[in-house]
Write a protein that binds this ligand. Structure first.
Ligand code: SAM
Length: 241
């Protein structure tokens, strides 16, 4: 019954957003939803429990850059601080051409994500690592076309976690709320220090909701200087800009 409500909401929402979700993708999203509910009884994955709100807040919201055509075909994507897999898992399900690295500092969440990847056969890799450490590691540093992140940190902090992971020419997309305007001036200075440039803030509505969600897009223009990212914890304690 609850699955039917999620299914109906997803079909209606993706259609309104103009995002393609075929039967195979819808089936995988519903299986992901079931796994999330099952594991959430044991480990803390999501505080949102109402099925329709989960559909809106987690699955439809994660698809926002697809509605804007922001994700290139075949891109290597890293989701920084993915938690229970948002936005990375819905993106991997909706766009099987991508390869998505799901990065998180919490072991239990990464174990959950590995079970999801195995069961759904996703083109994704779950990695237990802090973004600051990944940003300094060969194989992760300057290895991605796209970095995405939702609900992890303020813009200047987030850019220090995301930009070192991008190839020159790649982009970072951060899911933000109305408070983004207050973070923009410092974010622009931080982006500049890290070899990036904030390209814009795009409205990212979830159909039927009046949430003021936006996507902040930052392009990587040149290589990030070797001193960034600073050691784990420093970006949060002493944000750039
Ligand atoms: N992105 C998910 C979402 O929107 O539902 C999870 C958001 S949750 C509030 C923040 C997540 O970021 C947590 O799972 C936390 O472990 C992870 N995180 C915070 N700082 C991190 C860092 N420096 N490196 C990797 N993961 C980090």
């Amino acid at each position: 019954m609850e699955d039917q409500r999620v299914k109906a909401r997803l079909e209606e929402g993706f259609a309104a957003m103009g995002v393609c979700c075929d039967g195979a993708a819808l089936g995988k999203l519903l299986r992901f939803h079931a796994l999330l509910m099952e594991w959430n009884a044991r480990i803390d994955l999501t505080a949102v429990l109402d099925p329709v709100e989960m559909a809106d807040r987690h699955y439809l919201d994660s698809a926002a850059p697809l509605a804007k055509g922001l994700i290139p075909q075949g891109a290597r994507v890293v989701d920084v601080g993915t938690g229970a897999g948002f936005p990375g898992v819905p993106l991997a399900i909706l766009r099987p051409d991508l390869h998505v690295t799901l990065l998180d500092a919490l072991r239990k969440r990464v174990d959950f994500l590995q079970a999801v990847i195995d069961e759904l056969g996703l083109s994704a890799t779950a990695v237990h690592m802090r973004a600051e450490d990944a940003g300094r590691s060969p194989g992760f540093r300057e290895a991605y076309d796209l970095a995405v992140s939702r609900a992890v940190a303020a813009t200047p902090v987030l850019l220090e976690l995301m930009l070192p992971l991008l190839k020159v020419g790649g982009s970072a997309i951060a899911w933000k709320g109305p408070g983004v305007q207050e973070e923009l001036a410092q974010g622009k200075r931080a982006a500049h220090l890290l070899g990036g440039e904030i390209g814009g803030v795009l409205e990212a509505p979830v159909p039927g909701r009046d949430w003021q969600h936006v996507l902040l897009v930052c392009g990587k223009k040149q290589k990030t200087a070797r001193q960034y990212p600073r050691r784990a914890g420093t970006p949060g304690k002493n944000p750039l800009g």
